[in-house]
Design a protein around this ligand. Sequence first.
Ligand code: UDP
Length: 192
Amino acid sequence: MKEEILGVNVNTENYDELIPKVFANIDEGKKSLVVAINPEKLMKAKEDAELKALLNRAEFQIPDGIGVILASKLKKGQIRSRVTGIDMMDRIVQEAAKRGKRIFLYGAKPGVADAAAKRLQELHPDIQIAGVQHGYEKDTQVVLDTINKAQPDILFVAMGSPKQEQWIEQHRNQLHPILYQGVGGSFDVLAG
Ligand code: UDP
């Protein structure tokens, strides 16, 4: 279910309810984008109609910021708990490991995605990491080819928001993965 917070649709479900829905889309081959909604993004969207439309077009908008929960409570809405970008990524990776789905990490400074991949492999030994690509390659075609050749099912993009969501939307027709999530600084956090 979704609820409108400052003109942006936000999912009301918790992790346990969202993961089956996200993977149902993967099973159906329905390309999906997960975006994390926090007050900063809501403020940007308030000033930028195009960004607001982009956020609303995403298949899943998770309530990442505590401010989103407060806003929902104030309007007597349904959103009760935070679903953070990094925890959602971890839950997706956990489920992907169980189901044999392949992940790819794109973004952050050279070396960071590799370190994040190593950490994810430690946390979820069964995860199949199809590949990694740092976020400063200028030639978009090289990036698209690298990702598609690796044949991932799931692509995490860490280039900051809204850049990462704009990049995903611009290129998802040329990309083979089925599930996309913009994860901001999460690779840096995982890399430690
Ligand atoms: N980044 C990137 N390519 C760029 C610009 C930024 O890969 O052209 C990366 C940057 O190295 C960092 C991440 O994007 O790892 C941005 O993290 P930040 O915490 O600023 O994002 P937020 O979570 O605030 O959206």
